[in-house]
Ligand binder design. Structure first.
Ligand SMILES: Cc1cc2nc3c(=O)[nH]c(=O)nc-3n(C[C@H](O)[C@H](O)[C@H](O)COP(=O)(O)O)c2cc1C
Ligand SMILES: O=C(O)C(=O)c1ccccc1
Length: 387
């Protein structure tokens, strides 16, 4: 395991010896601007944008800056191990690909490319309900890689049950239920461009191919796409569910269930009471509630309240290896990463996703070493100082 990910640094330098540079930047802070050059303005705006004024997106980053790592010396971190077990899955690092819908807007290979890149590294790709390739197609592309499925919970129980059955049959083991996007936020960039990718039918591959969904339609989607799209939108947006409906998901799912979008300590407690296996402390990358607290600020109190009863994962704003160390030191068992690899996908499909993930994992491995830790388990509050 030692040096497995950090080895990407050597690989890049050795290529440099032959005059070859990496495919695009290794600088996580420059990924967005470099992707802007290769994406359409609408696609870029959709991926990079946040809700409202962007205040929550900025707060997510500012919160990481308030925590600083305190390096330790002479700890013999030459041989180290980034592996971790997340919800029963043994992973080479506690890093997951956050569910991201409609990937065809950034690259035609879309979720298939992402699935291949994730599988090659052994990291779970959490497949969005709003994918531009079907669950079955993406499962096949995942090969031996771990398969997690994200549910946007439709307002129809037959459709919900059908999609869960398909996911199970396609080999998905862990269910991530996203709670914070039961309706779309006020997103000025997309509104100004009158742009909503799934209103073109992109991102609806799974529902459009679903027998229970098709049974609700008067005409097949192929014969009347606008009606099919509107029907889907009415099922997935505008209707919220309630805590007492969670047993329905448990009845239709055998593996771990994770609730994504938790920010309040009391909701974390309710999740525990509901008997779920994990939660993702997330504000959807600042794309939903403008003016909400930074997701990293929500993490420590939630870990304090429920961390011993449920696995707490984290996302929103993770960009660097140091960010991952900080979230893990504050008690997260794993982190989800969203936009960075989407930019990689836009740049170069599967190779682009791989480059971004390998860069992030190498940065994680090297940062773990240079702060004096030999394993993920050694990280804790004493690894950090708040400033
Ligand atoms: C373009 C885009 C599409 C997304 N689609 C979904 C989705 O389909 N389901 C979901 O649960 N979260 C979705 N998210 C949210 C991510 O899963 C994740 O919470 C967020 O991107 C994390 O923040 P980060 O981008 O700062 O890493 C999306 C995010 C982006 C940027
Ligand atoms: O844009 C998003 O953040 C998102 O979660 C989403 C919602 C519906 C379809 C695709 C993505």
């Amino acid at each position: 395991m030692a040096e497995r990910f950090g080895g990407y640094q050597n690989e890049i330098y050795l290529h440099g010896l032959g005059g070859t540079k990496p495919p695009f930047t290794t600088d996580p802070t420059r990924l967005a601007e470099s992707a802007r050059e290769v994406l359409t303005p609408e696609a870029y705006g959709y991926v990079a944008g946040g809700a409202g004024s962007g205040a929550t997106m900025a707060a997510n980053r500012a919160a990481f800056d308030r925590w600083k790592l305190v390096p330790r010396m002479l700890t013999d971190a030459t041989a180290r191990d980034t592996s971790a077990t997340v919800l029963g899955a043994a992973l080479p690092a506690p890093v997951l690909l956050a569910p991201v819908g409609v990937q065809s807007i950034v690259h035609p290979d879309a979720e298939l490319a992402t699935a291949r890149a994730a599988a090659a590294l052994g990291l779970p790709m959490i497949l969005s309900t709003a994918s531009s390739k079907t669950i079955e197609e993406v499962a096949e592309a995942s090969g031996e890689g771990p398969r997690w499925f994200q549910l946007y919970w439709p307002a129809d129980s037959d459709v919900t049950a059908s999609m869960l059955t398909r996911a199970k049959e396609a080999g998905y083991t862990t269910l991530v239920v996203t709670l914070d996007t039961w309706t779309l936020a006020w997103r000025p960039r997309d509104l100004d461009a009158a742009y909503l990718p799934f209103l073109t039918g992109e991102g609806l591959a799974t529902p459009l191919s679903d027998p229970a969904f098709r049974a609700l339609l008067d005409k097949a989607p192929e014969d009347d796409m606008p009606s099919a799209i509107l029907r889907w939108v009415s099922l997935f947006t505008g209707t919220d569910h309630s805590w007492d409906q969670l047993p329905f998901l448990r009845e239709h799912w055998d593996g771990p269930i994770v609730l994504k979008g938790i920010q309040h300590v009391d909701d974390a407690r309710r999740a525990v009471d509901a008997g779920v296996d994990g939660i993702v402390v997330s504000n959807h990358g600042g794309r939903q509630v403008d003016g909400a607290i930074a997701s990293l600020e929500a993490l420590p109190p939630i870990v304090g309240a429920v961390g011993d009863r449920v696995e707490v994962l984290f996302d929103s704003g993770v960009r660097t290896g140091a960010d991952i160390l900080k979230a893990l030191a504050l008690g997260a068992k794993g982190v989800l990463v969203g936009r960075p690899w989407v930019y990689g996908l836009g740049h170069a499909g599967e190779d682009g996703v791989r480059h971004v993930l390998r860069s992030l994992l190498a940065d994680l491995d090297i940062s773990l070493a240079l702060t004096g830790h030999r394993s993920i388990g050694e990280l804790g509050p004493e690894s950090l100082q708040r400033s």
